[in-house]
Design a protein around this ligand. Structure first.
Ligand code: HEC
Length: 166
């Protein structure tokens, strides 16, 4: 085979592959058109679907340029004394994970005798709150959420005692 024949053979093979790729591309486009045709109307007419798409496309963060929108954040830090979440919310969102069923020997909510004993040992709700804030053995500091304020932990402890009949 001289080099000219070699070239010919190459172009023949190359042409076949090229033709195959073009056919594949045409098939893909045709399929896309068919699929799109079937789903397009359904999705575009459906306000719910559009809202979902808008939600998915929404940016993760937004720059707030309206100063009045910043006010609530400022007041939230100023009023640190008042718990942002109620004891009920903190308890159900976090503490219940261990204290509802007594995971890792956590004192169970509702076990009145046990909590009465702990309450006496700690010298009251404030004492128990201090322990809950600093942690004790398997009990993580602040139940594992360092973002909770002292007031929120206090409210959660109160909620747990109340739910135990104390
Ligand atoms: C990861 C599991 C876990 C979570 C979550 C958790 N606790 Fe506990 N907690 C424990 C365990 C275990 C103990 C028992 C510690 C010990 O006595 O060794 C305990 C004990 C306590 C005690 C009694 C301390 C004492 O012995 O006087 C209080 C009060 C308490 N937790 C409050 C809370 C509050 C409030 C929350 C939610 C903010 C919370 N815990 C979340 C596991 C947990």
């Amino acid at each position: 085979m001289d080099s000219q024949e070699q070239d010919k053979a190459f172009f023949k093979a190359f042409g076949k592959v090229g033709a195959g790729l073009v056919a594949l591309a045409v098939m893909c486009v045709t399929l896309a058109v068919i699929v799109n045709d079937k789903t397009e109307h359904k999705n575009h007419d459906n306000a719910e679907a559009l809202a979902l798409v808008a939600e998915r496309l929404a940016p993760i963060g937004k720059v707030i340029t309206d100063p009045s929108a910043l006010a609530p954040v400022a007041t939230a830090t100023a009023a640190d004394e008042k718990p942002a979440q109620s004891g009920d919310q903190v308890y159900n969102g976090l503490c219940a994970a261990c204290h509802a069923a007594g995971v890792m020997n956590a004192p169970k909510t509702g076990d009145k005798d046990h909590w009465k004993k702990l309450l006496d040992e700690a010298g009251g709700v404030d004492g128990l709150t201090k322990i809950a804030i600093s942690g004790k053995n398997a009990m993580p500091p602040r139940g594992g959420n360092a973002a909770l304020s002292d007031a929120e932990i206090h409210a959660a402890v109160e909620h747990m005692l109340k739910a135990s009949g104390l």
